[in-house]
Write a protein that binds this ligand. Structure first.
Ligand code: DP6
Length: 329
């Protein structure tokens, strides 16, 4: 009753922001992401009578504050498999977690796949996506590789709210996301709290829901046509709208650092110069730059000159979650 899975994280080009059902994690809007090659989490899960309680070790530290309710997720999987055994979970990521780098996406996707395999449930990708979603929304997209769409669904029970592949990782191999690390500090307001506060208090939330449909249409069409300008422009616009939402909540949430804004302004000026790139930012200060392979080196070089940029990691479209044979314990 032991299995290990690896999942790449994903970065949204059209953001998921706001839940219509917090318990089942059902979103108000659909979203689109790219699964990122080389930014991954590996998780080993073992269910056994030898464990008296669930033990979860993330980055060599035992889980104390269970913000994403990992323990609840294990219980959910136990119920599905009709077993009682407690579990040991060891999880490691190769990038800083909880800094707006969507570590919960790769974390919960790898946990879902490893745990279901360990208990002998052989779920298909749709079922895995539905289950992962209940652990952390964005993780339902990391089950798949390439460019992925999470359709919000309509049903109360969430059975139609899951991700699917738009195109696989080989369809547009020149697409790049450069992840800049500006701070490795844990973000102050997590996405879960941030989006709940937005739905409750931002006067602009209706406008977001109305306009996000167009973002989804344009980004999806752009991906299928490999139209970088269309995808980049609309993704950047969608990200700015999401941040406009958080700034307008009560109390306000501003995820940016001064260096976040500096990079935004640099991207605007590089674009004016003819170096085509766009940015997107999640619930943290780190900026992700969208570009094509041909400009990757030039942009990384320029980023390295900006004070405050601790690291820049380049990701191309990557694979979906999979089982591996080497266990972490
Ligand atoms: C800004 O998936 O972390 O990265 O469902 O509450 O676990 P929960 O939230 P989470 O939120 C991700 C928010 C985002 C946008 C996105 O990835 O679509």
């Amino acid at each position: 009753m032991k299995a290990t899975a690896i999942a790449n994280t994903n970065i949204a080009l059209v953001k998921y922001w706001g839940k219509r059902n917090e318990k089942l994690i059902l979103p108000y809007n659909s979203s689109i992401s790219m699964t990122c090659h080389g930014l991954f989490t590996i998780t080993t899960v073992e269910f056994s009578k030898k464990y008296k309680r669930d033990i979860v070790i993330i980055e060599d530290e035992e889980l104390k504050k269970d913000e994403k309710n990992v323990l609840g997720h294990l219980e959910r999987i136990r119920k599905m498999a009709r077993i009682k055994e407690k579990a040991k979970v060891v999880s490691k990521s190769n990038f800083p977690i909880a800094a707006g780098l969507a570590s919960s996406a790769s974390g919960l996707a790898s946990l879902t796949l490893a745990a279901t395999k360990a208990v002998g449930l052989n779920l298909n990708k749709k079922e895995l996506s539905i289950l992962a979603r209940q652990g952390s929304g964005s993780s339902c997209r990391s089950i798949f590789g390439g460019f992925v769409e999470w359709r919000k669904g309509k049903k109360e029970d969430g059975s139609d709210s899951y991700a699917r592949e738009i195109v696989d990782e080989d369809y547009w191999p020149e697409f790049r996301i450069i992840v800049t690390i500006l701070s490795t500090e844990k973000k102050k307001v997590g996405s879960r709290v941030g989006m709940a506060q937005t739905v409750k208090t931002s006067p602009y939330y209706r406008g977001w829901l109305k306009s996000v449909e167009e973002d989804l249409r344009i980004v999806k069409k752009g991906i299928l046509a490999r139209d970088f300008t269309a995808v980049g422009f609309q993704a950047e616009y969608n990200c700015l709208k999401m941040h406009a939402l958080t700034i307008s909540t009560k109390p306000p949430i501003l995820y940016w650092l001064p260096s976040t804004l500096e990079i935004i302004q640099e991207v605007f000026s590089w674009r004016k110069e003819g170096l085509e790139c766009y940015f997107t930012i999640d619930a943290g200060p780190n900026v992700k730059i969208l570009c094509l392979e041909k400009d990757e080196k030039k942009i990384v070089k320029r980023l390295s000159k900006i004070k405050g940029v601790l690291k820049a990691i380049v990701a191309k479209p990557g694979e979906g979650a999979k089982i591996i044979n080497e266990h972490l314990f």
